[in-house]
Design a protein around this ligand. Structure first.
Ligand code: ZN
Ligand code: ZN
Length: 247
């Protein structure tokens, strides 16, 4: 069998859409695809706060533009920690999303104050609004959130470790919940602050809440942009396959 050969993909694995209350309402599929294309980014993850409600639409719309989307969620745990969950397909992400939805307190918000939570279709038309506030912690502890991700063959990464709602910021340490633990960091200098007792593979992403924030933050070298390749590159072949763009 002849291998396909390795290709370098430009990635941003933490992107919000108009469903996240704190994100700009311009984060719609066509608008996002246009900016990604301009910036040469061809592999992203959609990770809204506590919901996978716009994942399927983004996957469909961006695939048409040659951009691959990993379905994800940024889980807000009971410890006030943000945890990125990545899933093999839209169905699994949606299944996790409904499990999580029931754990989110039934508090609605005034969208004029806290931001609109909008469902969108592939033509950038708003088709609905989430009433429950997605920007609050779910009644789920970190270990339970992780267990449910792994049960669905997903992978997880602690989001923006050194910033507000990041694991280092909130708890002051990185729990040895995996080997290696995937940790998203915002600044290169944070790497020196990591404890040496935990094996860590680092991610870097835009955490874009608006179009201008999207950035080619990582390069992953693999044959094809599949979930399996994503998982293997980050967890197993990290040294050889992953490069971070810190600027
Ligand atoms: Zn976050
Ligand atoms: Zn985020």
């Amino acid at each position: 069998m002849i291998g396909l050969g390795l290709k370098k993909f430009s990635c941003d694995f933490h992107v919000h859409t108009c469903l996240s209350p704190c994100a700009d309402i311009t984060m719609t599929p066509r608008a996002v695809a246009k900016v990604l294309t301009e910036k040469g980014i061809d592999w992203i993850a959609v990770t809204d706060h506590n919901s996978a409600g716009n994942v399927r639409t983004f996957m469909k719309a961006l695939t048409l533009q040659g951009i691959k989307v990993i379905p994800g969620i940024e889980v807000h745990t009971a410890e006030d920690v943000h945890l990125l969950a990545y899933f093999p397909d839209a169905e699994t992400a949606e299944d996790y999303s409904s499990w999580l939805y029931d754990k989110i307190p039934d508090i609605s918000i005034d969208p004029e104050k806290f931001g609109y939570q909008l469902f969108v279709n592939e033509n950038d038309e708003f088709i609905g609004m989430e009433e429950k506030w997605l920007g609050q912690p779910a009644n789920v502890k970190i270990h339970e959130a992780i267990q449910e991700i792994l049960k669905r063959k997903g992978i997880f990464a602690f989001a923006h470790a050194e910033r507000r709602m990041g694991i280092l910021y909130q708890l002051g340490f990185i729990p040895p919940v995996a080997n290696p633990v995937l940790v998203e960091v915002a600044f290169k200098k944070t790497l020196h602050e990591f404890p040496s007792n935990v094996a860590i593979n680092c991610l870097h992403s835009s955490d874009a809440h608006s179009l201008n924030m999207l950035k080619p933050s990582m390069v992953v070298e693999c044959e094809r942009r599949t979930f399996e390749a994503f998982k293997k590159s980050l967890l197993i072949d990290y040294e050889a396959r992953v490069r971070i763009n810190w600027v």
